[in-house]
Design a protein around this ligand. Structure first.
Ligand code: UFG
Length: 347
């Protein structure tokens, strides 16, 4: 087989949170990633830090995938791309409720444009960034890949469901195309170097960035959205996995496609630890790794929140040969180190 380092992978959204960690892992596995990003929710400087970590500077082309003309020109310059990992998308649940058209346009048009050029230029392999949000509140836990999907509770979630359907239909119509959809549970933390991580713009919506910002004193207190759920301590339960573990799953998925180990043309994997963690347990973890007593108060439920969800990662464990390696505390520690790094560098 051709050596991996001759394999060029297009990483859309490669300067974003999960995209940047995946780019690092791809380089470390010997691949040649090229990034397309419109920098809507990220910074070109991320490429400098990927270079600091890996010693390799991935190419970054800044444009919007909704622009099919620019995408066509880009692919013409890079006809040797052999696979695509598609991260580029809007991802804020609340914002998607306020502005659904922007979400449908951005998340679906970019995917359609990509599939179009992949078909035209015979790029046969796609890994898609999906979410456990497609399961809604499942009746049975943990969630396997066979758990029935529920109607999406937000336009964002709907773009992931529709995105998967578009990809599945395209793989049916095009015998050359194979795709893997990775349904992420809740990624947290940052690279152990503290050189890349999540840079939330404005007030964070997600738990862990809010938690670390509160620990640092940027936010006055964390609001715990509800303690009257049907869970052991009353707060919601999620499956938090370290972003570096998640990034590695993309590398094994790409290898699976290259090595033609896929069992069907459209495969789905749940990526999580298999352990549910409550909001209050996440706070305890932060307190353990930071030595800080966190200021928080219990408030009302957040509309649209799911009570509890965690993955059965068994299929990913056996089929992909992938499993999470970091504990909650290890992941939380990297989130805290990253928060301190951002603040000391005024990012
Ligand atoms: N939470 C708080 N206080 C906060 C923020 C969050 O108590 O300030 C709680 C939430 O109520 C929830 C848990 O922390 O119980 C996790 O909330 P996040 O916003 O971090 O994550 P979600 O599980 O709500 O959403 C995440 C991603 C979505 C994705 C979804 C899939 O942000 O993109 O998982 O279920 F769709």
């Amino acid at each position: 087989m051709e050596p991996l380092n001759q394999k060029k992978i297009l990483v859309t959204g490669g300067t974003g949170y999960i995209g940047s960690h995946t780019t690092v892992e791809l380089i470390e596995a010997g691949f040649d990633p090229v990034i397309v990003d419109n920098l809507y929710n990220s910074d070109a400087q991320v490429v400098d830090n990927i270079q600091k970590i890996t010693g390799v500077r991935p190419l970054l082309e800044v444009f919007d995938l909704c622009d099919s003309v620019k995408l066509g020109k880009f692919i013409l310059k890079h006809k040797d791309i052999q696979a695509v990992i598609h991260f580029a998308a809007y991802k804020a649940v609340g914002e998607s409720v306020r502005n659904p058209i922007a979400y449908y346009r951005n998340n679906l048009l970019s995917l359609i444009n990509l599939l179009d050029v992949m078909k035209r230029y015979e790029i046969p392999n796609l890994v898609f960034s999906s979410s456990c949000t497609v399961y809604g509140q499942p009746e049975k836990l943990p969630v396997t890949e066979d758990t029935p999907l529920q109607p999406a509770t937000s336009p964002y979630g709907n773009t992931k469901q529709i995105g998967e359907s578009i990809i599945r239909d395209t793989t049916c119509s095009d015998k050359n195309l194979k795709a893997i959809s990775l349904r992420y549970f809740n990624p947290i933390g940052a690279h152990p170097s503290a050189l890349i991580g999540e840079l939330p713009r404005g007030i964070p919506e997600n738990l862990v960035p809010y938690l670390t910002q509160t620990g640092y004193g940027i936010r006055e207190e964390l609001k715990v959205f509800g303690n009257d759920y049907n869970t052991p301590d009353g707060s919601c339960i999620r499956d938090y996995l370290h972003v570096v573990d998640l990034a590695k799953a993309h590398v094994v998925s790409i290898k699976r496609l290259f090595e033609k180990k896929n069992k069907s043309d459209f495969e789905v994997f749940n990526l999580g630890t298999g352990h549910g963690v409550s909001v209050l347990e996440a706070i305890r973890s932060f307190e353990r790794v930071s030595g800080i007593k966190l200021k928080y108060k219990i408030t009302g439920r957040r509309p649209g929140d799911i009570e509890k969800i965690w993955a059965d990662p068994g299929y990913a464990n056996t089929e992909l040969g992938w499993k999470t390696l970091s504990s909650l505390d290890q992941a939380m520690k990297t989130a805290w180190d990253w928060e301190k790094m951002i603040r000391s560098n005024n990012l």
